[in-house]
Design a protein around this ligand. Structure first.
Ligand SMILES: NC(=O)c1ccc[n+]([C@@H]2O[C@H](COP(=O)([O-])OP(=O)(O)OC[C@H]3O[C@@H](n4cnc5c(N)ncnc54)[C@H](OP(=O)(O)O)[C@@H]3O)[C@@H](O)[C@H]2O)c1
Length: 383
């Protein structure tokens, strides 16, 4: 039985991962789980999966959990250091399903311990992809993409020669506002931004999908996951979200990966890799779907995609600055403090102001992240 730690077990990906683990009865032993605020759900997960350790990022909630917990656990670790302690435990696979830059240090800790990791938390690769992949190579650990787009590419190019790939094409649904008149962007409501047309996900990624920042982040993550030139990573709008990605080879053949919009399909593939295990998933019936449409993204209307591409190409600490600005701006939008288009306006302003693009060591990245958070907060206060 393989031992698994799930960081972010109370989130959308974390919960789906636990569902898949339950389905794969006898194949995985859950030894570690982590939450930030949702300690109630964590307690239920502990009762069901009997891990050895848990980590709770929110210290106050963690203290309360510790005081009231009646079961038996070998360790309850608190705060972001606690999440890192859990990530450093030696297991067969660590799932990084945290959100934003919170996943970076735990991911590095897991790699340092020699654990293979499955990452849905793409921001880790956005802010420090080069360093993360370098450390993974050094420790000889595998990094699996737990995102439907990257997992599709992974399935196609596994065992293929990289020089035979002409390009990879990430599909984007376009989110809820792709056809909305851009003059109406300022009056977009939070609840509308949180209703994605095809996927059910955590609130931060749902807003990132609506601005298309998520797709820009996926471009950067694809660069590091697959070690591709920037020119070989393309994006196409595909509102039905049935084709998850395409890979075009030099001979003109294009492979597309199609499936229902259910992250458990991706998670199951990664957990059971290199095997394919029968699942109780909805299969797609193309005759019912009728048509699949594709179009070029409108980067004038959705500048976040372009901002991410530029930050990725600039490299160094620029992607970390963009990510941190975006995290602060999305939080402000979700709290009703800024409007929807102000998300990318704040990010654009900070990218213009940032000119200290130093080498991309982890301390550099953390400094840039902190700077951008402060700048973004101060810009937002003045808006
Ligand atoms: N959801 C999807 O379908 C999907 C698909 C592809 C990729 N992804 C990526 O996967 C990642 C997770 O997405 P999600 O939708 O699962 O997010 P989510 O539902 O918001 O879950 C995030 C998880 O991280 C925990 N967390 C939040 N802030 C934290 C912090 N500062 N320190 C430690 N833990 C923290 C949360 O704990 P509490 O809930 O206990 O507060 C929760 O367990 C994101 O990077 C996203 O882009 C998601």
């Amino acid at each position: 039985m393989k031992e698994i730690i799930i960081l972010g077990s109370t989130g959308s990906i974390g919960k789906s991962t636990l569902e898949v683990v339950s389905e794969l009865r006898g194949q995985f032993k859950v030894v570690g789980l982590s939450a930030c605020e949702n300690t109630r759900l964590l307690a239920r997960q502990v009762r069901k999966f009997h891990p050895k350790w848990v980590a709770i990022a929110d210290k106050e909630k963690g203290e309360r959990f510790k005081k009231n917990f009646r079961g038996s656990l070998d360790g309850i670790f608190l705060g972001s250091e606690g999440v890192r302690t859990l990530a450093g435990k030696k297991v067969d696979l660590t799932v990084i399903a945290l959100v934003g830059s919170a996943g970076l240090l735990p991911a590095l800790e897991a790699i340092e311990s020699g654990n293979d990791i499955a990452i849905s938390n793409k921001e880790v690769l956005v802010i420090a992809g080069k360093e993360v992949m370098k450390q993974a190579k050094k420790q000889n650990v595998k990094i699996f993409p737990l995102d439907s787009e990257h997992c599709s590419i992974f399935q196609v190019i596994d065992n293929q020669k990289k020089k035979e790939i002409r390009k990879v094409i990430l599909t984007a649904s376009g989110g809820p506002f792709y056809n909305c008149d851009k003059n109406k962007f300022s009056s977009i409501k939070i609840r509308d931004a949180l209703s994605h047309p095809t996927w059910k996900m955590g609130s931060k990624i749902t807003v990132d999908c609506a601005t298309l920042m998520n797709k820009g982040f996926e471009v950067i993550a694809a660069k590091w996951f697959f070690d591709l030139d920037w020119d070989k990573i393309d994006v196409i709008i595909h509102p039905q979200s049935i084709v998850h990605s395409l890979v075009e080879f030099v001979d003109g053949t294009v492979f597309a990966v199609l499936s229902d919009t259910d992250m458990k399909i991706t998670i199951k593939y990664i957990l059971t890799y290199p095997n394919r295990i029968k699942g109780s998933f909805k299969t797609i019936d193309l005759s019912k779907i009728g048509k699949l449409t594709f179009s070029r993204p409108d980067e004038g209307k959705f500048p976040a995609l372009k901002l991410a591409r530029l930050a990725g190409r600039a490299g160094g600490t620029k992607p970390a600055v963009l990510n941190a600005s975006n995290e602060i701006a999305v939080k402000a939008f979700l709290e009703g403090r800024i409007s929807f288009p102000q998300i990318w306006k704040v990010c654009g302003l900070i990218m213009k102001r940032y000119n200290l693009n130093t080498a991309q060591t982890i301390p550099d990245v953390l400094r840039a992240d902190e700077w951008a958070r402060m700048e973004a907060s101060s810009i937002i206060e003045k808006l």
